[in-house]
Design a protein around this ligand. Structure first.
Ligand code: ADP
Ligand code: MG
Length: 689
């Protein structure tokens, strides 16, 4: 399978008709200047137009002596006559000073190092100097390191004020040259620039055209009204951001259309099994669940393969939505593969399936690593012959030897735990199967659109009724003894259960991790939690051992489960109401939220204790505070994104993250949503998905 073409990220300008765009065509740009620009990633004049000012400065042009006497212009340009010169000797540390007279007002220009050798030789008493720079009135009106040049006599002009662009400096290129090059490029290329975004979309946003936007950003003679300029600049910048996002969304929507054009997914229209499933559920579906099921059912009934991402906070009830999708597909005669990142989770889905499909005529098979060969063989046969319509398992689902008779729907739980190739491998087991991906680590919508823009997105925002938010507290480990005795009492009194999570002591060392859990659990069992039934769970246990301990915990036989983060995703034991996370400062925010999501699943009040030891880093303090303050996965995801930035936040998924030049996924989120909506409206005639 060939890789999809790379997606646009950084904004590129283009021309309506060919024009010379070489940097060296610009007056004053020698080979050295061109090379310096190229080193910074500016290959031609079009790139240079996107070299934006870092700020704007209020400048007084043709500043008069009267104005200087008011001590107001902070940054000025003026002509003056040299009235005093002081050239320090070669060993002196004193600056080179030129005192100038501007219609009777005096200014001192000074240089601690000369811009080039012999610079000072150009100045003579009585000469006219053109200069500009920032004035320090407190030091008797001095300008350190001004731009200055001896000139013939000036043509007098009235003073004027303008907000002027200040560019990031590039070593070896004078600011004024850079400025002139950009102005020149804008003059010659501006009228030939391609708009880049269809006018129907631009007008909807009331954006300036590309040339106008660039003029606002670069041009010197502009407003002297800071407020008006700032608004115009904001709008012009938004125009570029929007275009950057629009290019991406357009490409993603094209990909979305292309991927399906030739594909023929199985039409799944039979709803009887789904109806039976709903009838047997021990609870009514929430309206978000119903809406999610409705859009999924709608897509399953079409031959265009579904590519849907179902997002919902932990505990929002995604599993039953997935099982409904499975029921519709199976009822319509195709097979379903339901993949989870861990076997614990896969087995939990199995038991959900058993519970929900109880009494319905349905068989299913389980595939996991380390399974007895005979079990595995039986499942493989059933899948190949089509006798088994539903396969639930880990990545073992797409390993060597797995063949499906007619795989029509793939469900991936906690999709972010899988890589792109793994998803592709699973998809290739069917002929144009439908795909439903789920994730319980909510991704802020704008980021989701940037990374998964070629999917439809469904969000389950509401949680099933009757849940009380988990109370979360932060405790220093010095208070641990009191906390353990509270835990012991609470569990003894109520019959509720608890998780105790041990941290990754050392990321790379699974042995140390296991040791920390085993020894930690022992210390608790012999110490503060004496008399309670403790169980231990860690990633290095055999699948059957893990399953056994989970079963005992689910049955209430184990009261306190001491675990590594293997319980992070998906595990659902509603009677567990207390969680202690040790060294909580070591965990990431989404991981903490996932862990906490293991409690608060029933109607009883739940408590999550974040135990910390030692002083906290700033980021850790922010994360923990966010956990105490909020129980909302989407809000936490945004905080997390803010703390870590998109690359870190996405982790293994970041391969799909485009690199933007202007757009900021968080700060410019509304433009991402607008670009997505507009691109979809343009290409699909429908912006609602
Ligand atoms: P997640 O979205 O994190 O995967 P689950 O699907 O595991 O959440 O659901 C969490 C719990 O909520 C499960 O015990 C599930 O049976 C229960 N549940 C799901 N939907 C509802 C509902 N509509 N009303 C009550 N409980 C529900
Ligand atoms: Mg889940």
């Amino acid at each position: 399978m060939s890789d999809p073409p790379t997606l646009p990220g950084r904004l590129k300008l283009s021309l309506q008709s060919p024009q010379p765009t070489a940097l060296k065509a610009l007056p004053g740009a020698g080979p050295a200047t061109a090379r310096r620009l190229k080193d910074r990633g500016y290959q031609d004049q079009l790139d240079l137009l996107l070299f934006l000012p870092r700020t704007y400065r209020l400048t007084t042009r043709f500043c008069s002596g009267d104005l200087i006497r008011t001590r107001r212009p902070a940054y000025l340009e003026a002509y003056g006559e040299v009235v005093h010169l002081s050239r320090p000797g070669p060993q002196s540390r004193a600056p080179f000073e030129v005192h100038v007279d501007v219609d009777g007002a005096r200014l001192k220009l000074l240089w601690f190092r000369l811009p080039f050798r012999g610079f000072d030789r150009k100045f003579r008493m009585g000469a006219t100097v053109h200069f500009e720079g920032a004035v320090d009135y407190d030091r008797g009106g001095q300008i350190a390191h001004p731009t200055a040049k001896v000139v013939g006599s000036p043509t007098p002009q009235a003073p004027s004020m303008a907000l002027e662009p200040v560019y990031p400096s590039i070593e070896g290129i004078r600011d004024s040259l850079l400025f002139d090059m950009i102005a020149r490029a804008l003059d010659t290329l501006g009228p030939h620039l391609k708009e880049g975004v269809p006018s129907s979309c631009l007008n909807g946003q009331e954006f300036p055209g590309i040339e106008a936007a660039l003029r606002t950003l670069h041009v010197r003679d502009g407003a002297d009204d800071a407020e008006a300029l700032s608004q115009a600049v904001t709008r012009a910048r938004a125009r570029l951001v929007y275009q950057e996002f629009f290019d991406l969304q357009h490409a993603l929507t094209v990909r979305y259309i292309e991927e399906r054009r030739a594909a023929r997914a199985p039409r799944c229209e039979e709803r009887e099994l789904g109806r039976d499933l709903v009838r047997g559920l021990p609870f009514p579906l929430t309206s978000d669940q119903k809406a999610a099921i409705a859009s999924i059912a709608d897509e399953l009934s079409s031959t265009v393969p579904m590519r849907r991402l179902l997002q919902g906070d932990v505990g929002s009830g995604k599993t039953v939505v997935a099982l409904m999708a499975a029921a519709i597909a199976i009822g319509s005669g195709v097979q379903v593969a339901f993949m989870a990142p861990t076997d614990i989770l896969a087995r939990q889905h199995l038991s959900r399936t058993e519970e929900f499909f109880d009494g319905l005529d349905l068989t299913w098979g389980h595939l996991a690593g380390g399974q007895p060969a005979a079990d595995r063989r039986a499942v493989l046969q059933g899948l190949e012959s089509g006798d088994i319509p539903l396969a639930i398992g880990t990545h073992a689902l797409f390993q060597e030897g797995v063949k499906f008779h007619n795989l029509g729907l793939i469900i991936i739980d906690e999709e972010h735990k899988f890589g792109v190739e793994q998803r592709q491998a699973l998809l290739s087991l069917g002929r144009d199967p439908h795909l439903l991906a789920m994730t319980a680590t909510p991704i802020p919508r704008s980021l989701a659109h940037a990374v998964f823009g070629d999917r439809d997105l469904t969000i389950i925002a509401e949680k099933p009724p009757g849940r009380t938010p988990v109370k979360t507290v932060l405790r220093d480990s010095s208070r641990a003894p009191r906390m353990w005795s509270y835990l012991a009492d609470r569990i003894g009194d109520t019959g509720e259960q608890a998780y105790v999570v041990f941290p990754l002591v050392e990321k790379s060392d699974a042995v140390a991790r296991r040791k920390s859990v085993i020894e930690g659990a022992e210390a608790l069992a012999n110490g503060p939690l004496k008399g309670l039934r403790l169980g231990v769970l860690h990633g290095r246990m055999a699948p059957d051992e893990k399953a056994a301990i989970m079963d005992r915990f689910a049955a209430g036989d184990v009261q306190v489960l001491c675990s590594t983060t293997v319980i992070e995703v998906g595990v659902d034991v509603p009677n567990a109401t207390m969680m202690v996370i040790q060294n909580a400062e070591l965990f990431g925010l989404s991981q903490l939220h996932q862990l906490r999501g293991r409690v608060g699943r029933g109607t009883a009040d739940s408590l999550c204790v974040l135990l910390t030891s030692g002083p906290l880093t700033d980021d850790a303090a922010l994360r923990l505070k966010a956990m105490v303050d909020s129980d909302d996965g989407f809000a936490l995801a945004e905080t997390d994104l803010r703390i870590r930035g998109p690359g870190e936040f996405l982790g293994p998924r970041q391969a799909g993250l485009p690199e933007f030049r202007f757009g900021d996924i968080l700060g410019d989120a509304p433009w991402m949503l607008a670009a997505r909506r507009d691109a979809r409206r343009l290409l699909l005639g429908d912006a609602s998905r």
